[in-house]
Design a protein around this ligand. Structure first.
Ligand SMILES: *Cc1c(COP(=O)(O)O)cnc(C)c1O
Length: 361
């Protein structure tokens, strides 16, 4: 098989070493005579898997003791409902920063349960998109919480500063940049993410929730979305996505072996810097996000001549560079370069881009 690099936005590529290990022990996991996905989630051996995964995620993000780490179902979108149900009462307001498709999606869902007030968003100045400075947001000190998406997967917009909400609890949808860089968990009331971008297979979501946010769920909250109940049962109130959790555990070990989040942050910076440089240095390509908001995980770019899009996609695919088509609402191309993407993949993409531009410019 020729080398391929998969730039899919999600479900996304996983580290090759992790996939090989999973393959090796797929049928006979740790001498048990069956696959880890064929075992009871109550078995001692499986519980050890979940305890190790939880411990390692805590270690990777330096999660303080007064936070719960939950592994649950329902992806990122499941949390769009879980957050208002667990953190607010009917009639409450919540502040929402809307910087792209996913934070917009969170507003739509939250409005089923409370009043989601859009307090700020993006500005486009001379064709360049940037997140409004916080001085322009209309924060409400009585809001039940403040919700934002620090990395907009579709538009490639990342927010690096933690908002100052004057004590209003901050909820962050980190589906597409969790574990990509160091964060201070203490700044957040809830951090959540679907696993399929930077953690593991789809079907799993991770929630990191401060203890003060527990025991406030509305009476009608479905049990499988209830943070307190999930925490009380060590994320086993119902059968967890066992294989996805196991695989996430392998990814956490891979990340720790590599040197942890500080090391992957360095690599992510290097990879994304190279790619943005290649785009900026060639008139054939463009990215219209302000430098301070450019995502290190999702890099959208346009060809100057959109008539060449189809040929670019056809030839890049043939060159082993997969899934570069941009999201339909943005158009153009998007290279998702999560933790698992090696720098060789980014270099191969840049080489292809330069060559394509030379042949078609
Ligand atoms: C992918 C994504 C989601 C949705 O995840 P699902 O698992 O499909 O529900 C939500 N938020 C962000 C930022 C995402 O990238």
């Amino acid at each position: 098989m020729a080398v391929t690099y998969n730039f899919s936005a999600g479900p996304a590529m996983l580290p090759t070493d992790v996939m090989l290990k999973a393959q090796q022990e797929f049928i006979n996991w740790q001498g048990q005579g069956c696959s880890v996905m064929e075992m009871s989630h109550r078995s001692k051996a499986y519980i050890e898997v979940t305890e190790r995964a939880t411990h390692n995620l805590r270690k990777l993000l330096a999660v303080p003791d007064d936070y719960q780490v939950l592994f649950t179902h329902g992806g990122g979108r499941g949390q769009f409902s879980a957050v208002p149900l667990n953190l607010s009462a009917a009639g409450d307001h919540a502040d929402h920063l809307v910087t792209g498709s996913w934070s917009k999606g969170a507003v739509n869902e939250a409005n089923n349960y409370l009043t989601a007030d859009v307090v700020g968003g993006i500005d486009v100045v001379d064709g360049i998109t940037q997140v409004q400075p916080q001085s322009q947001w209309n924060l409400n000190e009585k809001a039940a919480y403040f919700h934002y998406c620090p990395n907009e997967t579709v538009e490639g917009i990342e927010i690096n500063e933690v908002p100052d909400t004057q004590g209003v609890p901050i909820v962050a949808d980190m589906s597409s940049n969790i574990l990509s860089k160091q964060i201070d968990v203490n700044n957040y009331a809830v951090i959540y993410g679907g696993a399929q971008k930077n953690i593991g297979p789809s079907g799993l979501s991770v929630v990191i929730v401060h203890n003060s946010m527990l025991d406030k769920a509305r009476i009608e909250t479905p049990s499988i979305l209830n943070y307190s109940l999930i925490a009380k049962h060590d994320s086993m109130y119902n059968t967890p996505p066992t294989f996805a959790w196991y695989l996430a555990g392998l990814v956490f070990e891979w990340l720790l072996d590599l040197g942890g989040v500080a090391e992957i942050e360095k690599r992510n910076k290097e990879k994304s810097d190279l790619l943005y440089q290649a785009i900026d240095n060639n008139d054939f390509y463009s990215n219209s996000v302000a430098v301070q908001n450019r995502s290190r995980m999702n890099v959208p770019f346009h060809l100057a001549d959109t008539k060449l899009d189809a040929l670019f996609l056809q030839e890049s695919e043939a060159a082993g560079l997969k899934a570069l088509k941009g999201h339909r609402i943005v158009g153009g191309m998007r290279a998702s370069i999560y933790n698992a993407m090696p720098i060789e993949g980014v270099k191969a993409l840049i080489e292809f881009m330069n060559d394509f531009a030379k042949r078609n410019g």
